[in-house]
Design a binder for this molecule. Structure first.
Ligand code: ZN
Length: 337
């Protein structure tokens, strides 16, 4: 289980918590908002660890004392998690929680109530929770977590101090994945590829790592680039026919392709690539970048973006890919002449 100082890429909310902890001015209700899978619930758990640890150090619980062990094992009676039961958080779930609130925490210094999916509170359930948040009791801390703050009841929102979590930049995402049990099992190459596709979300990145889709998308992106360099139209049609049957992985394929081209473009303009996709050596990439030149690369990148927009608009996959390969080919050949 992560501690607060181990949360990657969320300096602002973590800093706000550090200040609150240092001055002993924790509000009685917090709202963590931000995209799915960027560490909101993990941070709430780490906060529970820190608040109740028998030997805390700065931001962190020790991870070894009785309290830390119970929290890490999900067995602490004073760390209460409410999550949607189906599509909603039901009023019965809130009422059940409310029965405990008048009593002091069983054994903890702080009872932490984690509402994971606060946008799923509607009508009577939202009103019931609002009542509890409005009547704060000592040593109770509400942490509401949501990936859709605009759908949280405004009355509830207004009672909470809001901390905003942001998507992780690719390098921070790679760091977070390396530190994660499920991420550490994969090589750096895979982590870097997945970081490009995961839109800043550790959760999404982990799902991608566990799926075969990533390797499939990488293969597809490689064959598109390869076929764009051949002279044979027959090869183009064959490759396009194969790839257009795998429509589910096409968005990822095009995203990888766009990323590769952005990298080459940076290299061609002498800015240095992010090397996130540099499975070839950097020298080979740089040679390719200079051979193509920035104008051609920009044109290719635009062609990929057009293909992305077309597919998002539900265009025919085969026609879109054909047009893309021809755009990639045209410029590659022109450049050789
Ligand atoms: Zn501890």
């Amino acid at each position: 289980m992560l501690t607060l100082s181990q949360i990657v890429g969320q300096q602002r909310p973590i800093e706000a918590l550090r200040r609150a902890l240092a001055t002993d001015r924790l509000p009685h209700a917090l709202l963590f908002s931000g995209p799915r899978g960027v560490g909101k619930a993990t941070t709430a758990q780490a906060l529970a660890l820190r608040l109740n640890c028998e030997r805390p150090a700065d931001l962190d619980g020790c991870g070894r004392c009785g309290s830390c062990t119970k929290i890490a094992g999900g067995q602490h009676p004073d760390v209460v998690v409410i999550a949607p039961d189906g599509a909603f958080i039901k009023v019965e779930q809130v009422r059940q929680l409310q029965e405990q609130l008048p009593y002091a925490p069983h054994e903890a210094r702080w009872r932490l109530i984690l509402v994971d999916g606060a946008e799923a509170l509607h009508g009577s359930a939202a009103n019931a929770l609002l009542k509890s948040v409005e009547e704060p009791r000592p040593r109770n801390l509400f942490v509401l977590v949501t990936a859709a703050a605009h759908r949280v009841a405004p009355t509830l929102l207004s009672r909470c101090q809001r901390l905003r979590f942001t998507p992780l930049a690719a390098p921070a995402l790679v760091t977070a994945l390396r530190a994660h049990e499920r991420g550490a099992a994969h090589g750096d190459d895979a982590l870097q590829r997945v970081a490009v596709l995961a839109e800043g979300s550790v959760g999404h990145a982990l799902e991608l790592l566990d799926s075969a889709a990533l390797a499939q998308a990488q293969q597809a992106a490689d064959s598109l680039l390869r076929v764009a360099e051949t002279e044979s139209m027959l090869a183009v049609f064959q490759t396009v026919a194969e790839l257009s049957g795998e429509r589910a992985v096409l968005p990822q394929t095009l995203e990888l392709l766009a990323f590769r081209l952005r990298d080459l473009l940076l290299l061609a303009t002498g800015l240095g690539g992010s090397r996130l996709l540099a499975s070839d050596t950097e020298t080979a990439l740089a040679q390719r970048a200079h051979a193509l030149g920035s104008r051609a690369l920009l044109h290719q990148l635009r062609a990929v973006q057009q293909a992305q927009a077309a597919l998002a608009g539900n265009a025919n996959a085969a026609l879109t890919l054909e047009a893309l390969v021809i755009a990639l080919r045209g410029r590659a050949t022109e450049q050789v002449r």
